[in-house]
Ligand binder design. Structure first.
Ligand code: SF4
Length: 347
């Protein structure tokens, strides 16, 4: 690894706009250079995401099939029992994930749900997995409870720029989101926060989103960059496609602005070609969700991911503390086993 660039927190709009305006190859080169100063360029962190409570969410996020405001035909489910969650977590570990993320479609967790959620965190952690949750807004007290249970990461996305935000969500404010992130940071947990591209936002909105994230006193450790999945029944089902190159530029600029964060290629990966994903890794993305379902939208089949990793010479990132049978051995063994399987996804 080369010498690390210092982390900056005062990115101006002009500076970020200038990064976006670079010739594509220059931008990719700069992003890859920063990436190599901070990470092994051939490692990607792998997380699994499980919906522990699906649908009927009181919020009105216009991209989300889980919102109770839209009819997307999604079957709502109650909070999943801890034993069922553990079963999924064990399976995620067996297939090579190092982090297990649990998501609930809530405005915020209710007091009555906290004991279950806390129990989930403790038990999933006991399996040797890193834990992450996304449960909606958190006040100080609930953030403390989750931190005390040992939750490693809390996900709460900013989604977009402050200026575009109210075109997408009206039931909670941008400040509500910033307050939750503040409570998470104060409790000592790590932050996972990013946004969604392709919702009709302008280039200036993408700049605004990245500035909000990078200019935090401590930027999020994990930055998911999602491509909108247009779900029928949601207000954004007919949104215009985003130019793939603009998506890649956003990943590259995120990498340059937040050099020490994991930038996650997140929702929308299913619709991306292998070449597009390879380019996103080149631009500095170094984390993915792995498994067949990303909350309620499809994710590339596990086998396709394994194949792609192999073709690109990418290894799943290890947890430092992992000293039993390594995740890499597990994933490589699985790869071998699946090599001749007819189940590979044909893109
Ligand atoms: S994104 Fe989250 S908060 Fe918004 S509607 Fe969906 S589940 Fe609810």
């Amino acid at each position: 690894m080369q010498e690390q660039a210092p982390i900056r927190h005062e990115w101006s709009e002009e500076e970020v706009r200038a990064l976006f305006a670079l010739p594509f190859n220059d931008l990719m080169f700069q992003a890859q250079t920063v990436h190599r100063q901070n990470f092994d360029p051939n490692e990607v962190q792998v997380s699994t995401l499980l919906s522990i409570k699906t649908g009927a969410c009181p919020e009105d996020c216009k991209y989300c099939p889980q919102s109770g405001h839209y009819n997307t035909g999604l079957e709502k489910e109650r909070l999943m029992q801890v034993e069922k969650v553990l079963e999924k977590a064990r399976k995620a570990k067996e297939t090579g994930s190092t982090r297990f993320c649990m998501g609930a479609a809530w405005k915020h967790p209710a007091d009555k749900d906290m004991p279950y959620v806390v129990d989930m965190v403790k038990q999933v952690k006991a399996l040797g997995l890193e834990t992450c949750m996304t449960l909606g807004m958190l006040d100080e007290d609930k953030a403390e409870q989750l931190a005390d249970a040992g939750l490693d990461y809390y996900n709460h996305n900013l989604d977009t720029s402050p200026e575009f935000y109210d075109k997408i969500i009206t039931t909670r404010t941008y400040q509500d989101r910033l307050d939750t992130l503040h409570n998470v940071r104060e409790s000592g947990m790590k932050i996972c926060s990013g946004g969604i591209l392709g919702m009709g936002e302008t280039a200036t909105d993408r700049i605004g989103l990245l500035r909000q994230l990078a200019n935090m006193p401590v930027p999020p450790e994990s930055v998911p960059i999602n491509m909108l999945v247009k779900v029928a029944g949601t207000p954004l089902e007919n949104a215009d496609d985003l130019d793939n190159l603009d998506f890649l530029r956003t990943i590259a600029v995120a990498r340059i602005m937040m050099p020490a964060s994991h930038v996650r290629l997140s929702a929308g990966r299913e619709a991306m070609s292998d070449e597009m994903q390879a380019m996103a890794f080149m631009a500095g993305a170094n984390s993915i969700f792995y498994g067949e379902c990303l909350l309620t939208t499809p994710n590339p089949e596990t086998h396709r991911d394994l194949q792609l990793f192999k073709r690109l010479g990418i290894n799943p990132e290890q947890r430092i503390s992992e000293n039993d049978e390594t995740q890499q051995q597990v994933i490589m063994k699985d790869l071998q086993k699946q090599q001749d399987s007819s189940h590979f996804y044909e893109a």
